[in-house]
Ligand binder design. Structure first.
Ligand SMILES: [Fe+2]
Ligand SMILES: [Fe+2]
Length: 166
């Protein structure tokens, strides 16, 4: 049985993951509007991944006999200065998500909730990758953004990203 405080915090994080999904869907729409369809695809895959994160937590709460609460998803930003600005926002957002997951782990440790610690271990590893990827793309874009030809090449490369369920 899931502790009440743990359940409440996991439910809040389900909402945070859906908010992340919504943020990346917004970025996908923004990139499509800029005629950068590879970037739009990359962000759409990110949207799908974040939905999967939310659903992974949701199923876990169910499996532990807890109750799932689906709260409203707050509004997300809709515009960025440039592609690199969108990826800098992505990086800062992922850093924030990492701190939220660390706080969840803190609660699970405090409550000696070993099953939740185990689940959160997966999310902690995922965040290492998320931050590394966002950093790499942000740095690349900062270098090539002023060169439209290279930006087009990156866009073409990003068309190939496909969502892979776990
Ligand atoms: Fe996530
Ligand atoms: Fe993420």
């Amino acid at each position: 049985m899931l502790n009440d405080r743990m359940q409440k915090e996991l439910n809040e994080h389900i909402n945070a993951e859906f908010w992340s999904a919504y943020l990346y869907l917004s970025m996908s729409v923004w990139f499509a509007g800029k005629n950068l369809h590879g970037f739009a695809n990359w962000m759409y895959v990110q949207f799908q991944e974040e939905q999967a994160h939310a659903l992974k937590l949701l199923k876990y709460v169910q499996d532990r006999g807890g109750s799932v609460e689906l709260k409203p998803i707050a509004e997300v930003p809709a515009g960025w200065k440039s592609p690199s600005d969108a990826f800098l926002h992505t990086l800062h957002h992922e850093q924030k998500v990492t701190s939220l997951i660390n706080a969840l782990m803190g609660t699970a440790v405090e409550l000696k909730d070993y099953a939740t610690q185990n689940l959160l271990g997966w999310f902690i590893n995922e965040q290492i990758e998320e931050e590394a990827t966002a950093t790499e793309i942000y740095r690349t874009l900062s270098d090539v953004e002023s060169k439209p030809g290279i930006l087009r090449m990156v866009d073409k490369e990003f068309k190939a990203r496909a969502y892979m369920p776990e």
